[in-house]
Design a protein around this ligand. Structure first.
Ligand SMILES: [Ca+2]
Length: 98
């Protein structure tokens, strides 16, 4: 689980979200993401960037990425319009064509 420079992570652990075969459903992930109090437009953008394999679910790597993007935004950074290469989890790089 990525932490933002040792700061407390705002959002819960993946294991609290009743993952199915290691993946969190879109509904569960969304209910967790809204706790960040970020606008829906931002959360939608974060979701699109995080669901790298586009299966409508977040696995542990994708969820960690979503949390990372939420924390970035909460710290005042902009959410990138495209996922920077260094943020793509190693397990997803083949899918992303890198
Ligand atoms: Ca996914």
């Amino acid at each position: 689980m990525a932490t933002a420079g040792g700061k407390s992570v705002v959002i819960g652990d993946v294991q609290n979200l009743n993952p199915i075969n290691g993946k969190i459903t879109g509904a569960s992930a969304k209910s967790e993401l809204v706790k960040s109090k970020l606008p829906n437009t931002i959360l939608g953008k974060i979701w699109k960037l995080s669901d790298i394999d586009r299966d409508g679910m977040l696995d542990a790597d994708e969820f960690a990425l979503a949390m990372h993007l939420v924390n970035l935004k909460l710290e005042g950074h902009e959410v990138p319009s495209e996922l920077p290469e260094h943020l793509v989890p190693p397990t997803k790089q083949a899918i992303n064509g890198i």
